[in-house]
Design a protein around this ligand. Structure first.
Ligand code: PGA
Length: 296
């Protein structure tokens, strides 16, 4: 049974003065059994968020607690790299880290091999990684989405020591985030079925690279304009294990709705009857449990 994970990417938002309060509010409004929550604030807010959540290392495999993650990490352990932060510097402040986000690929020129080095540095320092991949709009329209993502996964993970990236202590060392670049911050989402097909393709690449259990233990999140209204379409897909949430992750009402829906998936995965889906989704039951409409 793969974990259900909701990760909040706050990007370049919040300050040390207000991040703790926001994290505490989100943490208290998103308690769902079996949903792993990760909040990734800016570097300078990591301490405030960790303090507000009473320590960065309080997430357990059953989803209790909220983990703190960084949004980036440098690939070298130390040295003359002005303005950079190494993995060992994050010890005590974060237990997860996002690598390969498309905004860093775009703005900082990060390449797949460099992202692979970040991933290895993170693993060596004991940080669990969320590795982002995703195609551009023209690549999808040209029918090349799977090929592009396959190349990204290979470029980042070839030689990465996949044996060390499985599940340990009930939590995955490697989580993939499929984030089509054209859906990030645009209000436009992928279709659930298309995102699920990409998750299958990502696991096929992981299997080809030699990931244990054919990559079936690796959670694949969807990211790109996820809201409390759109999350159900993705979590109705058994191949999708949660979301990496940007803009909506700054809104407690939105996070409450997103994690509530993730809680339905986590509950369904614990029972043999499988994923019920939310009302209106493929495979939906008609019973109660519909999400409240987003209020933010
Ligand atoms: P978004 O960002 O939810 O604002 O589209 C997602 C991400 O960049 O991870």
């Amino acid at each position: 049974m793969r974990h259900v994970i909701v990760a909040a990417n706050w990007k370049m938002n919040t300050t040390p003065a207000d991040a703790g309060e926001l994290a505490r509010t989100i943490g208290s409004r998103t308690r769902e059994p079996g949903v792993i929550r990760v909040i990734c604030p800016p570097y300078v807010c990591l301490a405030a968020v960790g303090d507000a959540l009473r320590g960065p290392e309080i997430v357990a495999a059953d989803g209790s607690g909220v983990a703190v993650g960084a949004q980036n990490v440098h690939h070298e352990p130390a040295g003359a790299f002005t303005g950079e932060i190494s993995a060992s510097m994050l010890a005590g402040l974060a237990t997860w880290v996002i690598v390969g986000h498309s905004e860093r690929r775009r703005d900082a020129g990060e390449t797949d091999p460099l992202i692979g080095r970040k991933l290895r540095a993170a693993r060596a320092a004991g940080l669990r990684t969320i590795l982002c991949v995703g195609e551009q709009l023209d690549e999808r329209e040209a029918g090349r989405a799977e090929a592009v993502v396959d190349a990204q996964v290979r470029g980042c993970l070839e030689g990465a020591g996949l044996d060390a990236l499985g599940v340990e202590d009930g939590l995955p060392w490697l989580t993939m985030a499929y984030e089509p670049v054209w859906a990030i911050g645009t209000g436009r989402t992928a279709r659930g079925a298309d995102a699920a097909a990409m998750a299958v393709a990502i696991r096929a690449t992981l299997a080809a690279l030699g990931m244990s259990n054919g990559g079936q233990d690796v959670p694949v999140l969807y990211g790109g304009s996820v809201t409390s209204g759109s999350i159900g379409e993705f979590l109705a897909e058994p191949d999708i294990d949660g979301a990496l949430v940007g803009g909506a992750s700054l809104k407690p009402d939105e996070m409450a709705g997103i994690v509530a829906r993730a809680g339905m998936t986590a509950a369904a995965r614990r029972t043999p009857s499988g994923e019920p889906g939310a009302p209106g989704e493929p495979g939906a039951s008609t019973g109660p449990g519909a999400l409240a409409a987003p209020t933010a």
